[in-house]
Design a protein around this ligand. Structure first.
Ligand code: HEC
Length: 145
């Protein structure tokens, strides 16, 4: 009887851990998805496929600047696996390097928000933001198959 109870206790703890785990994974995916959305309009503007719109660009930069410090806290040790995460184990081996990219993209987004005043300054500044996405994904995210 004690044995059955302790097995049940272990199962209960496991279920709680799995729940806590998927919370961080789901939250970070939500913010990253919003970043994907934030890149869309300015991306089209940068390619000349949409008219330059300063308000939309500033809204995107705000989404990125505000999301970065939140994302930095959403990779706890218990979120290495589960929830169909594409986060690679190397994140936890090189945590400082990984977090530094979130600090950099936040600083770049804030600097761009000040520097971008017209289409010309937008075209000069915008690629710097997207470069951070690629830098991090290349090393720290499982490549889409
Ligand atoms: C410091 C690292 C880092 C930076 C910077 C970064 N990403 Fe990611 N991104 C990740 C990781 C890690 C994942 C996988 C998360 C997971 O599956 O748990 C991811 C996943 C995503 C996803 C998929 C989310 C989903 O629905 O599962 C999108 C979209 C995305 N990133 C867009 C962006 C964009 C756009 C930028 C730049 C504005 C960016 N990311 C910058 C690390 C980063």
């Amino acid at each position: 009887m004690m044995r059955v109870l302790s097995v049940l206790a272990v199962l209960a703890v496991g279920a709680t851990a799995a729940f806590a785990q998927s919370a961080a994974i789901g939250q970070r995916k939500e913010i990253l998805k919003s970043w994907g959305g934030a890149m869309k309009d300015p991306g089209a503007m940068a390619k000349g496929e949409a008219a330059f719109d300063l308000a939309k660009v500033q809204a995107s930069l705000k989404t990125i600047a505000e999301g970065a410090p939140k994302l930095a806290g959403l990779f706890p040790d218990d979120s290495k696996t589960g929830g169909e995460t594409k986060a690679l184990p190397v994140i936890w081996e090189k945590k400082a390097e990984f977090l530094a990219i979130f600090t950099k993209i936040e600083a770049d987004a804030k600097a761009a928000a000040v520097a971008i005043k017209d289409e010309a300054s937008f075209k000069a500044e915008w690629p710097k933001i997207g470069a951070n996405c690629g830098t991090c994904h290349k090393t720290f995210r499982e490549q889409p198959k």
